[in-house]
Write a protein that binds this ligand. Structure first.
Ligand code: SF4
Length: 337
């Protein structure tokens, strides 16, 4: 009977290459994706398409399971044991959590092996030899994980030691260069999968990290609404009060998105429609409305002409008209998150 592997798939190329490679060795693979709420959008789209199709595109029909890890992941973002990467990404803790959870699932299903698309030395924080060993030890999966893209450079896993895997077939990818992965992409016919460079989640982005820090500092409840997370990499963000934020679209597409996702929240825009949509995120008083109208005026086409007529809208209520006074650039900079 073919050996079975549960392969962690983040939606990037490396995970899919690992799946393809394992399949070529006759290993039966099931893909496992963890929803954290912060995965890059291109990857989310790819994962959703794979899920709808019932298998990983470009694989030999490997099934894809998706597990929601958002609550546990958010706890790590608040208080990581091992600190953050370049942004607010708790990579070491995240890898431990994912491998530990994957291992529990694998054991429950009687799957012998875990697999990942890790490439030795590709990312200093979580893919150095020392980090990989430390992650495996902390997750309690030492010897259970195969990293086929770099396996020839790593200590053999239990299945290799037991002789059920042929070490001579494994790859020796290492370092940051992506040429080898791109060659493999062609060889293994993994076209269409998003690139793995740039990390797997949005928390590595410094703008997103700053906004997330702001969000965490203002929310006492352990959970954060998914809407607030979806907003993190959209628009320009301004902190107007402890519980009040304004998000100003940067282009027409974002204006549309903010309008469509406003729900019960107010939006504000120049009455002539030539300006950015401002989403009001939080409770606001009359004075706050002046600031919001001012932001809509500042980011309108008529901002150089003094007061600008703006309209506030919420759900199906009739629009509220107001005069917006463009805001002093220093003040705008002070509010910026
Ligand atoms: S970048 Fe990847 S490993 Fe790091 S925290 Fe985000 S999902 Fe986890």
């Amino acid at each position: 009977m073919a050996i079975r592997a549960l392969a962690l798939v983040s939606g990037g190329l490396d995970g899919l290459l690992a799946v393809r490679w394992l399949e070529r060795q006759g290993i039966h693979v099931v893909g496992l994706h963890f929803r954290t709420g912060f995965v890059h959008r291109a990857r989310e789209v790819w994962i959703d398409a794979a899920r709808a199709k019932g298998e990983l595109p470009g694989s030999g029909a490997a099934r894809l399971d998706v597990v929601d890890l958002r609550e546990a992941y958010l706890r790590l973002v608040r208080e990581p044991r091992h600190g953050y990467g370049s942004g607010l990404n708790p990579c070491l803790d995240c890898r431990v959590l994912m491998l530990r959870t994957a291992d529990a699932i694998a054991r429950e299903r009687g799957i012998e092996l875990l697999a990942t698309g890790d490439v030795l030395g590709q990312r200093a924080m979580e893919q150095s030899r020392h980090a990989l060993e430390r992650i495996d030890a902390e997750a309690g999966v030492a010897g259970r994980v195969l990293r086929p893209l770099s396996a020839a450079l790593l200590e053999p896993c239990d299945a290799e030691r037991a002789g059920t895997l042929d070490r001579s077939t494994f790859l020796r990818l290492h370092g940051r260069a992506r040429r080898a992965q791109e060659r493999l992409r062609e060889e293994l016919e993994c076209g269409g999968c998003p690139a793995s460079s740039g990390g797997c989640c949005r928390l590595a982005d410094r703008h997103v990290a700053r906004r997330m820090r702001d969000l965490l500092s203002r929310s006492e409840s352990p959970g954060i609404h998914p809407d607030a997370i979806a907003l993190l990499d959209r628009g320009r963000h301004f902190r107007l009060g402890h519980a009040l934020k304004a998000v100003v679209a940067r282009n027409e597409e974002e204006s549309r998105w903010l309008t469509e996702h406003a729900g019960e929240r107010w939006t504000c825009r120049a009455a002539d429609g030539h300006g950015a949509v401002v989403l009001v995120d939080g409770e606001c008083s009359g004075r706050d409305l002046d600031a919001i109208a001012g932001l809509a005026a500042t980011y309108s086409r008529s901002s150089g002409a003094g007061c600008v007529a703006v309209e506030l809208r919420r759900c199906a209520e009739p629009p509220v008209s107001r005069e917006g006074v463009p805001i002093d650039p220093d003040r705008v900079a002070d509010w910026r998150i």
